[in-house]
Design a protein around this ligand. Sequence first.
Ligand code: CUA
Length: 361
Amino acid sequence: MPQIKWTRWLFLLLMTAVLVSLSACASTDFQSWLDPQAPIAKKQVSMLYYTSWLGSFVLAAVIAAILIAVFISFRKNDELPKQSHGNVAVELGLIAVAIALVTAVAIPAIRTINSLRIDKVPLEDALVINITGYQWWWQFEYPDSGIITANEVHIPRGKNVIFNLDSADVLHSFWVPKLAGKKDLIPNQKNQLWFATDKDTPLGEYYGQCAELCLGAHAYMKTRVIVDSPEDYQKWVDSFSSNYEFTTSSDAAKGKQLFTQKGCGACHAIQGFTTGSPDKPNLTNFGLRNTVGAGLVASTKENVANWIANPQTMKPGNYMPTLWQEDDPNKDEETQAIAAFLLSLGKQSQTQATVGGINGN
Ligand code: CUA
């Protein structure tokens, strides 16, 4: 029958699609949650493995039972076996097995969920960070130190972090798979997310991604969590309070002027320089960030200049205006200068901190 052939092909196609999708779960990926590096993510992944193994066992048992039934029934002849309806012992047995299986999933699941309840976190020594989601970037505010920064958030290793989640526009979702599960940022609803790291969490950068379709540049709404040693975290915090000189080279000095001339300061706040707008990315200490455009590309001078010159080409739909005409002869020079200025922000204070440390030893 041609119809059977057609469904077989469809089945094969579906199985191939499933296999291809599974191959995307490589744990080496920067955003793989199958490679947990912090206690919360580890607990969540172990639940996944446990339920997957249990599910696989049930699947294998059911398939085996069907095969045995078919084999026994058709072993002797090709006729249908005796048809009957209902077997009290079998049905009660299956109900009991089903209850046992659900219980076997429910108990560890409830225990895990309970152990991850945010009200279990001792608040007195937790670091609180407010996250506001915007189309298509993140604002991080540290109420204790008054730091406001964008897209990259520093946390000290070993300290509990409570993120207060809010959104300025539509639904977003904060997700850094290797550290902890995700949670939605919903306008006018206070959500909280708990991050914990311990001595087994490698220091460094963790990739994150907005996990709730928020239109436009949703796919490019990325983030980075930088897990610092307590000392490095303190240095990073201190870099926001130092009164550093902004300009280190003539290029950067020119960029500083252009930043004002082009009106960048109307949107972007830089501590001690421009007040900007509270709902636009704060660029204080931009030079200490690893990426530009909400995790879009590495913050090399070339990329930053390109971002300033062609924001719409790099991240279509974002709210950065294009300030230079295509044929503006000064475009390259000016955007390079602004990039040099932005990349100098925070670098000096960091150097000072490092030099101070070396001298101190
Ligand atoms: Cu924000 Cu998707």
